[in-house]
Write a protein that binds this ligand. Sequence first.
Ligand code: FAD
Length: 281
Amino acid sequence: MAYSALDRLQLKVVGKVASLMMAMPAPREHHEQFRMTVVRAEWAGPHIRRITFAAEEFTAYTVTGPDEYFGLIMPPPGEAEPVMPPERLNVRQAIQKMPADRRPDLRWYTVRAHRPEAGEIDVDFILHGDAGPGSRWAGAAEPGWVAGFRAGGSSYRRAAPGERQLLVADETGMPALSAILESLPAPAEGITALVEVPGESYRLPVTAAVEPRYLYRGEAPAGTLALPELAGEPMADLGYAWVCGEAGLASGVRRHLVKERGVDRRRIMFSGYWKVGQARL
Ligand SMILES: Cc1cc2nc3c(=O)[nH]c(=O)nc-3n(C[C@H](O)[C@H](O)[C@H](O)COP(=O)(O)OP(=O)(O)OC[C@H]3O[C@@H](n4cnc5c(N)ncnc54)[C@H](O)[C@@H]3O)c2cc1C
């Protein structure tokens, strides 16, 4: 499916502006869209649901990087399947233009694992109650439920040999950070990985050469422990930083690196995965 000239121009302008501000994500030429079915839904902790989705299209689907993300397209309450939006580069706009009674919800998640041979993906949903459609849907999902998949892209840039890298995430960035660590060839030297989560029950097993350092913040806002922890880290030779999680944590870490530690902003990829008090469309 070819996107319109306007869509392409929009992509170019957004990419150009972003490249001045931060380390650039990997581009994806075409954002496939299709329906997928829940085949397993397991509790990986009291607040974490690992859901496996299957679709024939996952056999040919390829990820652009280890922190590949996608748009989860959910049916409105009471509907069994979502009406898929028309294929546009700007999926949010495409959904907004749909009639209100057919309009699906869209939220963004990480492809924690992709098994092309089985036509499956795993997604780790960090639940936070019924405040938003993503957490509500994932908390209730059962085998047989149908959702839409919208291919996204990825952000992480692989480390050059010997390059010092810093990875920082909260619980929502933990699936992506875990997948990044698992993608690193051993011995993965010069990688510092910090994961700040509410408590130990949010910890997920990672099979990687580098163990993430977990910080438990309890009820305190995201970033409370990560920022002081970073103050003690040497940054002089930092080649790249990847920072994903609550918006205050992501922007706070970036500000600390740029303003207080003199790191070039184009070496930092940061993304607010969610924002306190706001829906993440
Ligand atoms: C690229 C990318 C990858 C992501 N990967 C994952 C992933 O693999 N797993 C995952 O669980 N999330 C992931 N997220 C984060 C997820 O998209 C957001 O948490 C999203 O807001 C959840 O949607 P919702 O419908 O549950 O809540 P929303 O409707 O977006 O928000 C409703 C309310 O809930 C609050 N809220 C949202 N998320 C949280 C949270 N985690 N904890 C506490 N309060 C919250 C908001 O502040 C708001 O007040 C990712 C986000 C991005 C951009």
